[in-house]
Design a binder for this molecule. Structure first.
Ligand SMILES: C[S@@+](CC[C@H](N)C(=O)[O-])C[C@H]1O[C@@H](n2cnc3c(N)ncnc32)[C@H](O)[C@@H]1O
Length: 644
């Protein structure tokens, strides 16, 4: 390097405007810690050759390291003006724009980048920008749509994170806009008379529509109404034997069937539909028993009202030859649930369940395993724990674990999303995941087997009854402790199982973010309304009828409102506590934990509000931030802590 430096100095002596020499020496100066000199050299390199993107790119990186992000953004843009394919520039630009609270520009940069390069960083920015953008500001751009379909199908994040954005974009298609308008037509009509065959065909062949319906609960009320109306008209038509055009609409109805299973049949069902549904169910069950051919469309419509595994003779149905369009539906509704039933009997029992609240909670999650997910992002690169925490929480007072294969406990793993993510995320991880509910564990085990993961073991157990004989480097308990009779007792039990210097990831409900939920719960309690499937449907119809701004109507802002188990969790849980940041801070102080950081898209806004807290770990400041922005932790407080 010395030799190269000497050579470049010589070159520069002969030609003070030599771009390569200026650029190289600029980078060397930066590495030696002389950033001002580096910036000066790179500016000269730029001035000497205005068509060269490289000095702009390097200057942008140095400026960003120095906290001069606005200037870094300008130079990244310059790079791309000169060479739109310059590797890494879109990625850096998009990430900087997102960091600075400019999600619309970040999304545009990520889209341009992803059209050229499949970088994981660009996918992350794409998803985060879409989640942060005001839905009204999202345009139906064909490149964006094409990437969003991939993001939902591959997927790039949990598909439900993108459900609201996908819904907003779908509403901008002319066919969907007309369907929204026509769904309220009064009277029982044929499907094509209600919506128009062209619009239905357009929906049926819309890749984004299909990707959304088959990946995550639809969280856009207007689209839910359209789907409910299509389903109602299709049922009416097929029961009265009038269905025409059945081949064309099979993919559309099949996707609605998959959506029904994903949202656990939360859509409203009218009295007239109930009678027709009974006829159809009897008709299909009879035909199945007699091994007679059934019209694929009949099966698809039935699947949009009830899970096919609940039909007598479901397995003979699955064994019949069906058109390819039905394959995913049959797997979802017959093969997978059958596999889960078989798994259930062989699940290891780690502890007894004796606590009365644990028993009630178990019963709820046996009926409604939470959440029913279909696809999970494939982690591209498993990281050592230290690298993972270092990247998420730069500047946090973290004591590295060092190189070790981490033993991880996921306490209250539900249907396995978290446990699977942890098993994929950390290098050489060895995960034990426990839950009260055998139905949830069966779902998790089936999905884990399909993904081919072998570093993950599941067992039934109660957090409160866990013995001290096994300890862990990481304990993850998200969305669980607030369902215990005494959450802090459970938290202390888990803390006892953590090795010195070990890490915890905790998710707890925020009282500030759940004010609308609390209002809805007391409204329900006053009227003595309790959980049942018809009650949830009745309540949802009532909520949808309220004007925007009404506290009850605000429930539609929660994505949990759009599937049965999540809606039950949201509004009718048998046991729920809520927390505040000062309460969390007290617990951490009392138990000797260090706070490492919240996992929240609001981190950047917080850093702009409290620029002096560069590690974003001051809980007193976070309490102020939450008071100013009460919906910050609408999903939950999700945070990492470290034991002494
Ligand atoms: C809302 S779900 C969250 C599931 C999962 N952590 C997630 O985020 O997807 C709560 C889960 O905690 C489990 N749970 C509640 N109390 C528990 C306890 N005392 N011991 C073990 N699991 C418990 C429930 O059975 C349920 O599956």
């Amino acid at each position: 390097m010395r030799e190269a430096e000497a050579n470049y100095r010589e070159v520069l002596a002969a030609n003070p405007r030599h771009t390569g020499a200026l650029g190289y020496l600029g980078l060397l100066a930066h590495q030696a810690g002389h950033s001002d000199a580096a910036i000066d050299l790179l500016r000269k390199a730029i001035a000497s050759d205005r068509r060269n993107p490289e000095p702009h790119y390097n200057l942008a990186r140095i400026l960003s390291d120095r906290g001069r992000d606005d200037e870094a953004i300008v130079h990244n843009r310059k790079v791309l003006e000169i060479d739109p394919n310059f590797p890494g520039a879109h990625n850096n630009l998009a990430a900087l724009l997102l960091l600075h609270g400019r999600p619309a520009e970040a999304l545009a940069a990520a889209v341009q980048g992803l059209l050229r390069d499949d970088a994981a960083g660009l996918k992350t920015t794409f998803v985060m920008a879409l989640r942060q953008l005001d839905l009204a500001a999202i345009k139906r751009d064909p490149n964006l749509v094409q990437l969003l379909v991939r993001a939902l199908r591959e997927p790039w994040s949990r598909p439900r994170d993108l459900s609201a954005a996908a819904g907003a974009i779908l509403l901008r298609s002319q066919a969907m806009a007309r369907c929204v308008e026509h769904q309220s037509r009064e009277g029982v009509m044929r499907l094509a008379d209600m919506f128009g065959a062209t619009d239905l065909d357009a929906l049926g062949s819309d890749g984004l529509f299909d990707a959304l319906l088959t990946s995550a609960p639809v969280t856009t009320m207007a689209i839910e109404r359209v789907l409910t109306a299509i389903r109602r008209a299709a049922l009416n038509e097929i029961v009265s034997g009038e269905f025409e055009n059945s081949g064309t609409w099979l993919p559309l109805i099949t996707s609605i069937g998959q959506q029904g299973f994903i949202n656990e049949y939360i859509f409203d069902v009218s009295e007239s539909e109930k009678a027709q549904l009974e006829n159809l169910r009897a008709d299909v069950a009879d035909a199945a028993t007699r091994n007679e051919t059934i019209a694929p469309l009949k099966l698809a419509i039935l699947a949009s009202y009830l899970p096919l595994h609940s039909l007598s003779g479901a397995e003979t149905l699955a064994a019949q030859p069906w058109p390819g369009e039905l394959a995913a539906l049959l797997k979802q509704q017959i093969t997978d649930p059958h596999g889960e039933n078989q798994i259930r009997t062989s699940i290891e029992r780690l502890t007894a369940i004796e606590d009365d609240v644990s028993e009630k909670v178990r019963a709820q999650y046996e009926e409604n395993p939470y959440p029913r997910w279909s696809r999970i992002p494939a982690e591209t690169q498993a990281l050592p724990v230290d690298a993972y925490i270092g990247m998420r929480f730069p500047g946090a007072p973290y004591k590295p674990l060092g190189h070790r294969a981490p033993d991880i406990l996921v306490a209250g793993c539900g249907t396995g999303q978290h446990a699977i993510q942890r098993a994929q995320q950390f290098q050489s991880a060895n995960v034990l995941a426990i839950d009260l509910s055998l139905a949830s564990l069966s779902y998790a085990i089936r999905q884990t087997k399909e993904l081919g993961l072998t570093n993950l073991r599941y067992a039934q157990g109660d957090i409160l009854a866990l013995a001290d004989d096994r300890t862990f480097d990481i304990i993850d308990s998200s969305g669980v402790l607030h369902h215990l009779k005494e959450p802090l007792t459970g938290w202390r039990r888990l803390a006892n199982l953590l090795r010195p210097g070990g890490l915890m990831h905790i998710g707890l409900y925020s009282a500030a973010a759940r004010q609308d939920i609390n209002a809805a719960r007391s409204y329900l309690a006053q009227q003595g309304r309790d959980y049942s499937v018809p009650e949830v449907r009745r309540l949802r119809a009532e909520v949808a009828g309220r004007a925007p701004g009404d506290q009850l109507h605000n429930l539609t802002n929660f994505s949990d409102f759009f599937s049965m188990s999540e809606c039950r969790d949201l509004l009718f849980h048998v046991q729920e506590h809520q927390f505040s940041i000062p309460q969390i801070a007290d617990f951490l102080r009392e138990s000797g934990f260090t706070f490492l950081g919240f996992e929240t898209p609001a981190r950047n806004s917080y850093l702009r509000r409290f620029p002096d807290d560069r590690a974003a770990t001051n809980l007193a400041n976070w309490a102020i931030f939450e008071a100013e922005n009460p919906s910050t932790f609408a999903t939950m407080y999700q945070f990492w802590i470290q034991s002494a």
